[in-house]
Design a protein around this ligand. Structure first.
Ligand code: PLP
Length: 429
């Protein structure tokens, strides 16, 4: 279908999918197959040479996963997308074509805890590094960029919640430096924020979270805006220079705006193998059909509950950009006008110990290391997801020891408030 004229609610159901050509099946079938029969020997040779696009082997491409890729790319306003096995895989898949030994990224201090660990520890094994800066300090962002910087990385609505990155201020810095801006849009989803419209080059997702929306499967996705000129500076040889594994083919010259997407499949998935399986793609496709409806309720509930907590004497402070008291409230109007998402933290009077008691006292909220589920979730980040960070890093990341993080679900807001009320009573008794 042509996708330019339809609204978000239509696209979240239809983009990328068409009745199955073999059977007419209206819902996207789960193509549970590893390999695909070639028409003939010439067809096989053309596919392996990237002269023809088609299905070879499910480590690279699968029709169910392809529908999901097209759907997410469409919702984000990108030209193409590559799905992979998790959000963390998506981050590596986004960086892999850009980086090399000695190269670095400039990253926001306000990131998902696992991302901070991936960027401070694990990428060092590849000879890559990350410089972390406060993205509210634009001069510091500029100063952190050097000749070896290959990307700027941030989250639109930053986990654990309450912070919104001013993408309109960061994108021109990336552009002036001739490097891509990568935005992790997991917490916002394309319903609340469309980073490409604010100048992002690539958008990464943990589809594990709101896109699937029910806590069933892990997955990730890298969406390409198709707008970056990979050949302009000589900084991105994987995309601009001859690729030895494909007889000297140049991805940017050959595939134009789809260069990054084709590279992600033909090199990234082929050789790194962080593939999404068709079952996972199916669950995520089912989830995305109701994305806008769920996000509206997540936001509505989060606003109600954050306001209630803010006025409760047992709570010291609430960090939610959806509250007028938040220093980031003004940014919601430009960056995420439909709402600040469903994640936030609040500080319990009584500090660390009271937080631990609160976690054990809740009944509806589930104590899990996840977010973006239909059900409400709670965690004490400092003792769990952000445990590997020191206290300064925890505070910079918005995971101070006296706070708990909630991922507000789509249950009845009054029931959630009653649950927090009884748990706060026990925690602060
Ligand atoms: C969960 C998450 C990730 C990592 O995704 P996985 O699917 O768990 O690998 C990355 N970024 C953000 C913002 C997340 O919430």
């Amino acid at each position: 279908m042509s996708t330019t004229t339809y609204g978000f609610d239509t696209l979240q159901i239809h983009a990328g999918s068409r009745p199955d050509p073999a059977t007419g099946a209206r819902q996207t079938p789960i193509y549970q197959t590893t390999a695909y029969v070639f028409r003939d020997a010439d067809h096989a040779a053309a596919l392996f040479n990237l002269q023809e696009v088609g299905y070879i082997y499910s480590r690279l491409t699968n029709p169910t996963v392809a529908v999901l890729q097209e759907r997410i790319a469409t919702l984000e306003g990108g030209v193409g997308a590559v799905c992979c096995s998790s959000g963390h895989a998506a981050q590596l898949m986004a960086l892999f074509p850009l980086m090399g030994p000695g190269k670095n990224i400039v990253a926001s201090t306000r990131l998902y805890g696992g991302t901070v660990t991936q960027f401070t520890q694990t990428i060092k094994r590849f000879g890559w590094s990350a410089t972390f800066v406060d993205f509210d300090d634009l001069d510091a962002v500029k100063a952190a960029i050097d000749d070896d910087t290959r990307a700027i990385f941030c989250e639109a609505i930053a986990n654990p919640g309450g912070y919104i990155t001013d993408l309109d201020a960061i994108a021109p810095i990336a552009e002036a430096a001739g490097i891509p801006l990568i935005v992790d849009n997991t917490s916002a989803t394309p319903y609340l924020c469309r980073p490409i419209e604010h100048g992002a080059t690539l958008v990464v997702h943990s589809t594990t979270k709101y896109l699937t929306g029910n806590g069933t499967v892990t997955g990730g996705c890298v969406v390409d805006s198709g707008t970056f000129d990979w050949s302009a500076s000589g900084k991105f040889p994987s995309l601009s220079d001859p690729e030895p594994a494909y007889h000297g083919l140049k991805f940017h010259e050959t595939f134009g705006p789809l260069a990054f997407t084709f590279h992600g499949i033909a090199i990234g998935l082929r050789d790194l193998g962080m593939t999404m399986n068709p079952q996972a793609a199916h669950y995520t496709l089912m989830g995305i059909e109701t994305l806008s409806l769920r996000m509206e309720r997540h936001v509505e509930n989060a606003v109600k509950i954050a306001k209630w907590l803010e006025n409760d004497p047992r709570v010291d402070y609430v960090t939610y950009a959806g509250l007028e008291s938040s220093p980031y409230h003004a940014r919601t109007k430009t960056i995420c006008p439909k709402g600040a998402g469903g994640l936030f933290t609040f500080a319990v009077k009584g500090g660390y110990d009271a937080c631990m008691k609160l976690i054990d006292a809740v009944e509806i909220f589930s104590h899990v290391a996840n977010l973006g589920d239909a059900r409400s979730l709670i965690i004490h980040s400092a003792s769990t997801t952000h445990r590997q960070l020191n206290e300064n890093q925890q505070r910079a990341a918005g995971a101070a020891p006296e706070t708990v993080r909630v991922s507000i679900g789509i249950e009845d807001a009054d029931d959630l408030i009653a649950d927090l009320d009884q748990a706060l009573a026990k925690a602060t008794a």
